[in-house]
Design a protein around this ligand. Structure first.
Ligand SMILES: Cc1cc2nc3c(=O)[nH]c(=O)nc-3n(C[C@H](O)[C@H](O)[C@H](O)COP(=O)(O)O)c2cc1C
Length: 173
């Protein structure tokens, strides 16, 4: 299947080394707005975003989760969270919907950043939810899903098409 190597869907890569060049407020707001424009189950829109620029905060994140440690090199990261209370109040018996909404938001942000030539890496936050709550004063009902690390990088975006026809099932398994 032909694909455009300039297409952000194929060009986006997880990048883990950054220079400290700032992302402009315009670009950051465009990325955030793209994230919050993702679909939301039942239109609940439970997401909350915490923008992290403070160097001391980044060092603390590195100390409890090494796989996001490279956030210390980048100018800004976004902690994508959802409000579990909003989902439960809509009548659900669990808050899974929040994780799905967060994933859609995160992917939109990654793709918009790629459009803008900004490198990103999705890093897991669910396992360290309490560490993030403690560090950032986040209430218990707010669930941190991922820290999206972003910035400029010398590492190239290498376009890759991962289509695999063996993963496609027509009409039944
Ligand atoms: C749910 C999820 C959690 C991830 N967590 C981390 C993480 O904690 N640290 C990290 O460096 N990369 C993390 N990644 C990035 C993956 O390692 C990366 O997407 C994968 O290796 C494929 O590489 P690519 O993104 O360049 O295509 C995560 C990705 C997803 C979707």
């Amino acid at each position: 299947m032909a694909y455009q190597t300039t297409d952000s869907i194929y060009k986006r890569r997880s990048i883990r080394s950054f220079c400290k060049d700032e992302i402009s407020d315009n670009d950051l707001n465009f990325i955030l707005s793209s994230g919050l424009s993702a679909p939301s189950g039942e239109g609940i829109h439970p997401l909350e975003l915490i923008i992290i620029k403070n160097d001391e905060t980044k060092e603390k994140i590195k100390s409890f989760y090494e796989w996001a440690g490279f956030c210390t090199e980048s100018p800004v990261s976004v902690l994508v969270c959802y409000d579990a209370n909003k989902i439960l109040a809509a009548g659900y018996d669990n808050d899974d919907l929040g994780k799905l909404d967060a994933a859609a938001c995160i992917e939109n942000m990654l793709l918009r950043a790629t459009d803008l030539g900004i490198a990103t890496c999705w890093t897991h936050a669910l396992e360290n939810a309490d560490d993030y709550r403690h560090l950032l004063g986040i209430p218990k009902n707010i669930v941190p899903v991922a820290l999206v690390v972003m910035g400029y990088s010398d590492q190239p975006f290498v376009a890759k098409d991962q289509f695999d026809k063996n993963k496609i099932h027509i009409d039944r398994w």
